[in-house]
Design a protein around this ligand. Structure first.
Ligand code: ATP
Length: 234
C-alpha cells in the first residue's frame, strides 16, 4: 500500500532523516518510535507533502507521491493527523469534525462518515454541540482523529496522539487505533509511548537521529534487551 524507500530529509544543514525505508500494508498498524528529534514527525510530514526538501521514493499503491501537492495526497486518501490536535476551540465538536470532509469525495460521503465516526466514538456523538475548548485533552484528541476519519482515509497517519494524556486515556486512544485498523484502515503511528506503541503495532521501526536502528514485530522488539535499556530504563 504505502512504500517509502531511502527517504532523506534535510532542513538546511540539519540532516533530519537518512535513507529510511519502510512500508505499510493493508490491515496493519505500523509504529515509528524513538525519542525527541529522532525524525518521526519529519517522516510523516515528508510523506504527506508538507516537507518538500526530501529525496527518495514514496508511493501509495504504486503511485508516486513525490511530485504531488499536499492537498492532492489527502485526496488520494493518505490522511495525516498532526501532533497537537489543532482544533478550532470555539467551534463545536460537529463543526470541527465536518471540517475534515473538505474534498469532493469526502463531502459526498459526509453523513455516512459522520455516522461511522460517532459509532466508533459515541462520546463525541453525545457532545456534538459542545465547543471543542470545553472538552478534556483525551476528547480533543478523539475529535482530531475523528476529523481525520471524516476525510475518508485509505491510510491514516497519527503523530503522537497520546501526547500529554493520562494513562487511562492513552489506553483508550490505542483501543481506538486498533478499532480503526480492524475496520479496514491501516494506521501509521508515531509515538514516544514506546511500550504501548509496540504492543499495538503489527510491525515497528525504531528511529534514532534520523536513522532506523531496529525493526521488527512490536512484541518481539519489546523483548529486546538493547531496546529495553534504551527506552524503558530496564
Ligand atoms: P519530537 O517527538 O520531538 O517531535 P521527532 O522524532 O518527531 O521528535 P522531528 O521533529 O522529525 O523529530 O525532528 C528531527 C530533526 O529535525 C531534529 O533534529 C529537529 O530539531 C530537526 N527539525 C525538525 N523540524 C525542523 C525545522 N522546521 N527546521 C530545522 N530543523 C528541524
Amino acid at each position: 500500500m504505502l512504500s517509502v524507500s531511502d527517504l532523506t530529509v534535510r532542513y538546511g544543514d540539519v540532516l533530519a532523516l537518512e535513507n529510511l525505508s519502510f512500508s505499510v500494508g493493508a490491515g496493519q498498524i505500523i509504529g515509528l518510535v524513538g525519542s525527541n528529534g529522532a525524525g518521526k514527525s519529519t517522516t510523516l510530514a515528508a510523506i504527506s507533502g508538507l516537507v518538500k526538501s526530501r529525496t527518495g521514493a514514496i508511493t501509495l499503491d504504486g503511485r508516486d507521491l513525490m511530485a504531488l501537492a499536499a492537498h492532492d495526497i489527502v485526496g488520494l486518501g493518505l490522511v495525516h493527523v498532526p501532533e497537537g490536535r489543532r482544533l478550532f476551540p470555539f467551534m463545536t465538536v460537529l463543526e470541527n469534525l465536518e471540517l475534515g470532509a473538505f474534498g469532493s469525495a469526502a463531502r459526498n460521503r459526509r453523513a455516512e462518515q459522520l455516522d461511522y465516526v460517532f459509532s466508533l466514538l459515541p462520546k463525541l456523538a453525545e457532545r456534538r454541540q459542545q465547543l471543542a475548548v470545553t472538552l478534556s485533552g483525551g476528547e480533543q484528541q478523539m475529535v482530531a482523529i475523528g476529523r481525520g476519519l471524516m476525510s475518508c482515509p485509505r491510510l491514516l497517519m497519527l503523530d503522537e496522539p497520546t501526547l500529554g494524556l493520562a494513562p487511562m486515556l492513552v489506553e483508550e486512544i490505542f483501543r481506538l487505533v486498533r478499532a480503526i485498523r480492524d475496520n479496514g484502515i491501516p494506521v501509521l503511528i508515531v509515538e514516544q509511548q514506546v511500550v504501548h506503541a509496540l504492543e499495538c503495532a503489527d510491525y515497528a521501526y525504531v528511529l534514532e537521529s534520523g536513522h532506523c536502528v531496529m525493526q521488527g514485530h512490536g512484541r518481539d522488539l519489546l523483548q529486546d534487551d538493547g531496546l529495553r535499556r534504551a527506552y524503558l530504563g530496564l
